[in-house]
Design a binder for this molecule. Structure first.
Ligand code: WQD
Length: 318
């Protein structure tokens, strides 16, 4: 199929682009190259530079028959979204609606959308399944929920077929070692740990060790980006053949901050300095996914673990 991958120069998008090319799909990547970079884009894909808020740019992306869209382009820093909601509503909500309207105009009716566990807000129960209340506690999570609701309306009114994939904590790097994606000034734990391990950053600040967890530090469900890429391809097949899909993508395993640091020390073979500082506002103690529904509907489950996430990232950072 001819796939338009919006945000395909970014971390997840570049891994999905590579997977689609490997499977023989024709891929056009549309990206504004603000946070992503050109060298992340598989050489078999065509890159169209542009902004999803610009209708002329979008016309370039849709020139020639497009069969389906994968949409990764978004601002994703939960903390920043609470300071600059106008940036997040413009880029995430208005940007996606502009993309969806261009799809309708060009009679493209299939989209795989990168959603997030942030739509759930702090857990009412664990593991979090798709029936969990949708009460995002940061504006970033709200933008993802708002887009899911627009997708549902466009599906009802215009026959759009969509998959909303709710990632938990994406981590790791391309296991084949071809892609070497390093986020610019990351806020997420794993890239921060890698920056300290490789001397790009002085120390890991651990945001609180007084949570109700085994070692007092926050527990999260980390999922390898290669496993995520597999799920995106399976989700496309599902919406072509069956219908809409809203599923969690997680490993169902939780690791604390200190466990991640300890495993990283084993992988890199050296101590990783850290210091305990105050809690980060809005952080829940523990977040772990149920991915039973993704297994039932797609036959998908996470295959790669914490060790592989850290090893594949260390291959890039070292
Ligand atoms: C993980 C754990 C922190 C950095 C966010 C978004 C979520 C999704 C993934 C897009 C927590 C601790 C972190 C550091 C630390 N993004 N930590 N020191 O907050 O679980 O989720 O990224 O979809 O929507 O909210 O990820 O990597 O920031 O934090 O101690 O320097 O590591 O407290 O326990 P988070 P994270």
């Amino acid at each position: 199929m001819k796939c338009l991958v919006v945000g395909g120069a970014g971390y997840i998008g570049s891994h999905v682009t590579k997977k689609l090319c490997e499977l023989g799909h024709e891929v056009v990547v549309f990206d504004n190259l603000r946070t992503g970079s050109e060298e992340n884009v598989d050489s078999r894909a065509k890159l169209v530079e542009g902004n999803i808020l610009n209708e002329e740019d979008l016309e370039k992306a849709f020139s020639g028959k497009v069969d389906c869209v994968f949409h990764f382009a978004a601002l994703k820093a939960a903390g920043e979204s609470m300071k600059k909601p106008e940036e997040y509503s413009k880029n995430n909500i208005c940007g996606t609606i502009s993309l969806l309207n261009a799809m309708l105009k060009h009679s493209v009716n299939k989209i795989v959308f990168s959603s997030s566990a942030a739509v759930y807000g702090s857990p009412k129960y664990l593991p979090i399944d798709e029936k969990h209340p949708l009460k995002p506690d940061n504006f970033y999570g709200y933008t993802k929920l708002a887009i899911e609701q627009v997708l549902e309306w466009y599906s009802k009114l215009k026959g759009l077929r969509y998959a909303a994939l709710r990632y938990f904590n994406a981590a790791g790097n391309d296991s084949s070692g071809v892609l070497k994606v390093m986020e610019k000034n990351p806020a997420n734990l794993m890239p921060v740990v890698m920056e300290v391990a490789s001397g790009r950053r002085e120390i890991v600040e651990v945001f609180g060790n007084d949570y109700d967890t085994n070692d007092g530090t926050g527990i999260r469900d980390y999922i390898h980006v290669d496993d995520l890429a597999d799920a995106h391809v399976m989700a496309l097949d599902y919406i072509v053949k069956k219908g809409n899909l809203v599923v969690n993508l997680g490993s169902e395993k939780g690791y604390s901050v200190l466990e991640v640091i300890k495993e990283a020390e084993r992988v890199v073979g050296r101590k990783i300095p850290f210091r305990i500082v105050g809690r980060r506002k809005g952080d829940p103690a523990k977040v772990v996914a149920s991915s039973r529904l993704a297994f039932e509907l797609l036959g998908w489950k996470a295959k790669l673990g914490l060790k592989e996430m850290l090893e594949t990232m260390w291959d890039v950072y070292k």
